[in-house]
Write a new protein. Structure first.
Length: 507
C-alpha cells in the first residue's frame, strides 16, 4: 500500500431489508488531503460514512487504516483509530452547556472532581486558535442552529484525529461562519490531517477539494483530481443528465389572484416587528435575510408554533387561530428547517411518518385505521416522490437527508393544501433532489396553493420565487416584485446596503 494513503475502503457492500445500497464501493483518502464525497441523496454517501465510523457494519469488503486492515464495530473503534465525524444532523444534548457537550464522556478531573476551569480553558483556546466564537457557558438549547453547528465542529477538534469526516458542515452556517470553517480546514490540512468532506454545495467542493469521489445508486462513478472538477461533468456524473442553468437572475412578477394569507403588522418583542405582507393563490413568496433576521420565527408564528405579541394574521379573510391542529385541518402545512427534530419521528418507519398528520383522513368516521389502507396510503407517497429505498418499513433515520426530506414533503402532499410554509427546503440535499423539490413547489403553485419559502440559498430563492421580501433585524426592508433580480440585489438588501450605497463605496 502507498504510504500516502491514510484510509482505503475496497469493495464495500451493504444492504437494508434485502435492498443493496452499497455495491462494491471503493474510497481512498490520502494523508493531508481534502477529499470530497458527493452524489445524489440515496447514492450511498451517508451509509458509507456510517460504516467508516462504526455506526453500521459492512456486509463485505476490506477497510485499511494506516496500512493495517481494521474492523469498525462501534464509534469507539473509529475514534481510537483517529477518525472523528461531524454529522449533518446535530448530536448535542440541548440542556447541557457548550463545554459540557464538547467534553461529554471525556470530562477532565482532578482527584475525581470535575475540572471545569481546565475544560473551559481548552474550549476557549480552540476557539481563539481557529477564529470561532460561541459562549462556552451557554446552554445549547439557547443557541441558534448555526451556533450549534460550531459546537459540533469544536467537539470534533478536541480529538487528535488524523481523519475528520464533515457531513454538510456549512448547511446552517452564515457565509462568515463558513469562511471560518474553511480556515479551519486549511489549518488542519497543513498539519497533515485528512478531511473527508461531504456537501451538496458544489462551489465549496471546487474551492476545497483536492480530489472528488462521485457515487450514484450505490456505485462508484468517478474519482476526479482537482484540475478535473468541471461543473458540467460533475453534475452529469452525479445525476446522469444535465440540468439547465438557473443560477443567474430571477424574474419577479405580481399575482392578482385571491389573497390566501394576509399578515398585518405582526410583532414579537425582540424577534420581529411590523411584519406585513400578502400571499396570493398560486404564488410563491420567497423570504430572504441573514441568519437571525427573524425569517423562521415569522413562519412559526403563522403556523401556530410561536406566539406573537401584536398584529393579525388572516387566512382566506378570517383570523387565523394560533393552533397547529386547526391550521392543519384548514389546509396549512409546514416543512421545518430542522427536519430530523421537527419534521420526522426518526425511530418510526416511512409508513407511520407519512400517516402521522393524516389519520383524520385515514380513519374517516371510524375509530380504527386499517393497516392495509395505511400502507397503501404510504406507498402512494413513496411512488409519487420516488423515495429510496422504496421499502415503507424502513426507519426514516436510516434514509439519506434528501429522502428524509421527501418523507416530510410527502405527508403533506396527501392533504388538500391551501398554504405551504417551507423553511430551508433543500438544506443538505443534492442538486438532483433539489430539482425534484423545486418541481413540487412549482406544481403546487400551479394548482393554486400559496407557498412561502424561506431560504439562505440565494440561487434557490431566485429559482422558486415569484416575489421576494427581505428581512433584516426583524423587519422587512425590501420587496422585489417586478423585473429581474440578482443574488447581489438580495444579498445587499439583507446586509442593509442599497445599490446606490454600494456604488458610492466602489467609487
Amino acid at each position: 500500500m502507498n504510504n500516502d494513503i491514510l484510509l482505503s475502503a475496497r469493495d464495500i457492500e451493504k444492504s437494508f431489508s434485502g435492498v443493496k445500497v452499497l455495491k462494491k464501493v471503493n474510497l481512498e483518502i490520502r494523508r493531508g488531503e481534502v477529499h470530497a464525497l458527493i452524489g445524489e441523496n440515496g447514492a450511498g454517501k451517508s451509509t458509507l460514512v456510517k460504516i467508516l465510523t462504526g455506526a453500521y457494519q459492512k456486509d463485505a469488503g476490506i477497510i485499511r487504516y494506516n496500512d493495517t486492515e481494521v474492523e469498525l464495530n462501534s464509534r469507539h473503534d473509529a475514534i481510537k483509530l483517529g477518525i472523528s465525524v461531524i454529522y449533518q444532523e446535530l448530536s448535542l444534548i440541548p440542556t447541557l452547556t457548550v463545554t459540557q457537550n464538547i467534553f461529554l464522556g471525556r470530562e477532565k478531573d482532578t482527584a475525581g472532581i470535575l475540572n471545569k476551569k481546565s475544560m473551559r480553558k481548552k474550549v476557549i483556546e480552540i476557539m481563539d486558535y481557529y477564529g470561532l466564537s460561541v459562549d462556552p457557558d451557554a446552554i445549547v438549547e439557547t443557541l441558534s442552529i448555526a451556533q450549534r453547528q460550531i459546537v459540533e465542529i469544536l467537539k470534533a477538534l478536541t480529538f487528535e484525529s488524523s481523519l475528520i469526516i464533515m457531513d454538510e458542515p456549512t448547511a446552517s452556517l452564515s457565509s462568515k461562519e463558513a469562511e471560518s470553517l474553511f480556515n479551519i480546514i486549511n489549518n488542519l490540512k497543513q498539519k497533515n490531517v485528512s478531511i473527508l468532506y461531504i456537501s451538496h454545495r458544489l462551489e465549496e467542493i471546487y474551492r476545497l477539494a483536492d480530489r472528488i469521489t462521485i457515487l450514484r445508486d450505490g456505485k462508484n462513478i468517478a474519482v476526479l483530481e482537482k484540475g478535473q472538477t468541471n461543473p458540467t461533468d460533475v453534475i452529469r456524473f452525479m445525476i446522469g443528465k444535465e440540468l439547465a442553468d438557473t443560477s443567474g437572475l430571477g424574474r419577479m412578477r405580481r399575482n392578482d389572484k385571491n389573497v390566501v394569507l394576509k399578515v398585518n403588522k405582526l410583532s414579537c418583542k425582540g424577534v420581529f416587528a411590523d411584519i406585513s405582507f400578502e400571499v396570493h393563490e398560486g404564488e410563491v413568496l420567497g423570504i430572504g435575510g441573514l441568519v437571525g433576521s427573524g425569517r423562521t420565527e415569522v413562519l412559526h408564528s403563522i403556523y401556530g408554533a410561536k406566539k406573537y405579541d401584536s398584529g393579525e394574521i388572516l387566512f382566506n379573510g378570517k383570523p387565523l387561530p394560533s393552533s397547529i391542529i386547526k391550521n392543519i385541518r384548514a389546509g396549512i402545512a409546514m416543512i421545518p428547517e430542522d427536519r430530523r427534530n421537527q419534521g420526522l419521528i426518526p425511530l418510526l418507519d416511512i409508513t407511520r411518518n407519512i400517516a402521522a398528520p393524516n389519520y383524520d383522513r385515514l380513519s374517516g368516521r371510524n375509530i380504527w385505521v386499517k393497516a392495509k389502507e395505511e400502507l397503501a396510503f404510504c406507498k402512494e407517497a413513496i411512488l409519487q416522490l420516488d423515495i429510496r429505498p422504496n421499502n415503507p418499513e424502513i426507519q426514516v433515520m436510516n434514509l439519506s437527508g434528501g429522502n428524509q426530506q421527501k418523507v416530510v414533503v410527502g405527508k403533506w402532499l396527501m392533504r388538500n393544501l391551501k398554504l405551504l410554509l417551507v423553511d430551508e427546503p433543500t438544506a443538505g440535499i443534492d442538486i438532483g433532489v433539489k430539482e425534484e423539490i423545486y418541481n413540487i413547489i412549482e406544481d403546487l403553485a400551479s394548482k393554486g396553493v400559496a407557498v412561502i419559502v424561506v431560504s439562505s440559498d440565494l440561487k434557490e430563492l431566485l429559482r422558486v420565487s415569484h416575489r421576494i421580501i427581505v428581512l433584516r433585524n426583524g423587519r422587512i426592508i425590501k420587496e422585489f416584485n417586478d423585473g429581474f433580480v440578482s443574488q447581489e440585489d438580495v444579498l445587499k438588501a439583507a446586509s442593509g446596503i442599497t445599490r446606490e450605497e454600494a456604488e458610492q463605496f466602489e467609487q
